[in-house]
Design a protein around this ligand. Structure first.
Ligand code: VTB
Length: 334
């Protein structure tokens, strides 16, 4: 991968965000997702690369586009692996709530963990706490470490947790330390990455979300130097999700084994989930969020706000783009 790819990747997430944003608030999450998928795939097709989807919309037989293993790009140029989530937070987008975005992670061939469609216990924290907090420790211990590393009292810390039944005990424990809990209905990628930046008011993400999204978060946090660890969850009694109503622990373990994952309790560091020599994360807001705004449609232009984090040049670029419409007459400064 080289730096020219950064601009192309930015445009990929911008186009996906614009396509989804047209369906914001219509209550049609599948349509919003499909629009983002199509736009993302179209723009990827214009890139001079031998691209491959390693995390996408699902297996080939269940997803018409951006399925796992699909080749994208012109077919010439560098080999690039992609983990994509064209509309991360489809419910947020469908209900016009904060935090929905088009995201992807890219790396050299083999540089992204092929995460199964499982759940993942996650711990994300700022760079100052990297390697000091640990997913093996209790929430109480990690909160004390965070307070120390960040120079904040415990009651100044905000810990984001997805609002799910499975987190009842975790939330009670966090509250018992005096730290503040911020529940989110969806969108743990944005919450994880927000931990990487001072000033977002988000200090830590704890709890269980989806594994594929964990890889995208890990790529961003690795490039930022933030803390991210993940551990696959295979026990339906822990995941407590209706998605797994017909699944058993034994069946899930067998599925993992079939995928070649035998060390089922392994704790993955960000550098293992996103292990490539170079890693790029890109996200563009569909709705307004913690890190950037959503798409704004105006008479003469469409505005997008995005973030690209890259190890290629050690940058995190916040970009506002004005996409000028045909026949535009005047573009306001902001
Ligand atoms: C998780 C989380 C995502 O959806 O995938 C969640 O990682 C689904 O979790 O950010 P449940 O199955 O428990 O509802 C998101 O919140 C949005 O895609």
């Amino acid at each position: 991968m080289d730096r020219t790819l950064i601009q192309e990747i930015l445009e990929v997430v911008e186009q996906a965000a614009i396509a989804s944003a047209r369906l914001t608030g219509l209550g049609k999450k599948d349509d919003a997702d499909a629009a983002a998928v199509e736009a993302m795939r179209d723009r990827m097709g214009q890139i001079e690369m031998q691209g491959r989807i390693v995390i996408g919309e699902g297996e080939r037989d269940e997803a018409p586009m951006l399925y796992i293993g699909e080749e994208v790009g012109s077919g010439n140029g560098p080999g690039v692996d992609f983990a994509v989530d064209p509309c991360e937070g489809t419910n947020l987008c469908a209900n016009s709530q904060r935090g929905s975005m088009a995201v992807l992670a890219a790396s050299d061939r083999g540089g992204l963990f092929n995460a199964p469609d499982f759940y993942m216990k996650k711990l994300a924290a700022p760079p100052a706490a990297k390697g000091k907090v640990d997913i093996r420790k209790s929430a109480t211990e990690n909160i004390a470490i965070l307070s120390d590393c960040l120079g904040l009292s415990v009651d100044e810390l905000t810990i984001v947790v997805m609002d799910r039944a499975r987190h009842k005990d975790l939330v009670s424990e966090i509250r018992s330390t005096g730290a503040r809990v911020q529940p989110i209905s969806d969108g743990d990628v944005q919450a994880a990455i927000a931990c990487g930046f001072a000033g977002t008011g988000t200090h830590c993400l704890m709890g269980i979300g989806a594994a594929p999204e964990g890889v995208i978060s890990a790529a961003a946090m690795r490039a930022l130097g933030g803390h991210f660890q993940g551990q696959l969850v295979y026990d339906p009694a822990i995941a407590q999700t209706s998605e797994w109503a017909d699944y058993t622990k034994e069946g899930n373990i067998a599925r993992l084994n079939e995928m070649g994952i035998t060390d089922i309790d392994k704790i993955y560091e960000a550098e293992e989930l996103a292990s490539g020599e170079n890693v790029v994360f890109a996200g563009s807001g569909i709705t307004d969020g913690l890190l950037f705004d959503g798409v704004k449609f105006e008479r003469d232009c469409t505005r997008t706000s995005s973030l690209v984090i890259s190890t290629l040049d050690s940058t995190a670029r916040f970009t506002n783009t004005v996409h000028i419409k045909d026949g535009a007459q005047s573009i306001a400064l902001s």
